[in-house]
Design a protein around this ligand. Structure first.
Ligand code: PMP
Length: 416
């Protein structure tokens, strides 16, 4: 993934033009220009997304799939167009392989409950890595409690990389699924997903990829990754909140029982026998987040328009500038120094609690995330309860990095 980024020249990237697409970036915070370095938590939305959602509500709003009237047909077409957009974007075999969910968390829970739970039994194993987000840990703990299966942990090294030969040594016929994050939100590590799927394939083990942070930073091709399940969130990729998707191989989706019951997921209901709908409707019970899907489709088209290779190259440039500059700050320790990283810099500052740092630099207009980033096991590994995290999106600039670095230095002087 990162080698793709290196081929592009970041100097061709017109970031000031890009910034005009994001109205929120021109606002002030505490009287200072907003410097938004929290894209890994939630990205800002371009006008293309805001306007698509607005247009939906102003001109096409109705429920999907059930109506014969024109508005319902338009709403259905827009909703299904978003599925097509997403399928094309990640190189899915078909749009029928895309299930809309609330986001990554719901997508993983869906797989845990509808795929894993029916097949797991005592003695079976699920493997996840130590750097996983809680949303790729807790659903597996729940399903292990429900079935008697065991959750095992693939360890990481001091740079924050999965130790691949240890992972390989853990594989056996007992392992029924590997869950791995493509890009770590806390450490920035880009994991070698294709290598992991190739290892898993030798034992016929399916792989679920938490793609929440991969989608905004890199070109994702689910076929090339060789995974079985890929989970994503709209709001991490410049789309709306409350919408995301599960991509899964069609054979899996067809074999899986429904997860939630309700309208839309059925073909016929009687008290004697209920017949389920085809995939993906089988997994979309109830009225979906239609406007959210429409906004997500617009986000996909926006990213395609800018070009993922250009975005990745620009973000690699920001990562390099940010890493070099932050390393000059006294007492700053970068947590997560993998060889292949996305534009995320987690750090601690000697003598300053991350929450205090976050609060102080907010007054400089700088939005950083502080905390455990929903990755407590990874924090434990590095012996820290929390970090501060600067994450860069396609709209960030080296000048903003300099402003953040200056504010971090000024804050440190207040505490140390
Ligand atoms: N995985 C990763 C790597 C994430 O960064 C996040 C969000 N912080 C999630 C999963 C969960 O995503 P969501 O809250 O959108 O379901």
């Amino acid at each position: 993934m990162s080698s793709l980024a290196m081929k592009q020249d970041p100097s061709n990237f017109d970031v000031s033009r890009i910034r005009q697409d994001f109205p929120i970036l021109s606002r002030e915070v505490h009287g200072k220009p907003l410097v938004y370095l929290d894209t890994a938590a939630s990205a800002q939305r371009p006008l293309a997304v805001i306007e698509a959602v607005e247009d939906f509500y102003k001109n096409h709003n109705a429920n999907v799939h059930r109506g014969v009237h024109l508005l319902s047909q338009e709403a259905t077409d827009l909703y299904e167009q978003a599925r097509l957009d997403l399928a094309r974007y990640i190189n899915a075999g078909s749009d029928r392989e895309i299930v809309f969910t609330r986001g990554t968390t719901e997508a993983i829970n869906l797989v845990a409950q509808a795929y894993a739970r029916p097949l797991l039994k005592e003695g079976d194993e699920i493997i996840v890595s130590r750097m996983e987000h809680h949303s790729n840990i807790v659903p597996w703990q729940l399903v292990c409690e429900q079935t008697g299966a065991t959750l095992r942990v693939a360890e990481i090294n001091e740079r924050g990389e999965i130790i691949l030969d240890q992972l390989e040594a853990m594989l056996s016929e007992r392992v029924k699924l590997i869950g791995v994050v493509a890009v770590s939100n806390a450490l920035g590590t880009i994991n070698p997903v294709s290598e992991i799927t190739a290892m898993a394939a030798k034992f016929g083990i399916p792989v679920l990829v938490d793609g929440a942070q991969a989608m905004p930073h890199t070109k994702v091709d689910v076929k090339a990754l060789g995974c079985d399940f890929f989970c994503m969130s709209g709001h991490k990729m410049y789309g709306p909140t409350g919408i995301g998707a599960l991509w899964a191989k069609k054979d899996h989706l067809e074999a899986m029982p429904p997860w939630q019951g309700g309208g839309e997921m059925i073909r016929q209901v009687s008290f004697d026998r209920t017949v389920y709908n085809d995939v993906p409707a089988k997994f979309e019970a109830g009225t979906p987040n239609i406007a959210g899907a429409v906004g997500l489709g617009a986000a996909v088209r926006y990213l395609e328009g800018v070009g993922m290779e250009n975005i990745a190259a620009w973000e690699q440039h920001l990562l390099q500038v940010g890493t070099e500059r932050f390393q000059q700050i006294d007492g700053l320790r970068i947590i997560g120094t993998a060889k292949h990283k996305a534009s995320v810099i987690s750090f601690t500052l000697e003598g300053v609690h991350p929450h205090d740092l976050g609060t102080v630099i907010d007054h400089y207009g700088i939005a950083l995330r502080t905390g455990h980033h929903c990755t407590m096991p990874a924090m434990d590994f590095f012996g820290v309860p929390a970090t501060a995290r600067a994450s860069f999106g396609l709209y960030n600039t080296p000048e903003e990095i300099e402003a953040a670095a200056g504010a971090i230095e000024a804050s440190r002087k207040m505490f140390v």
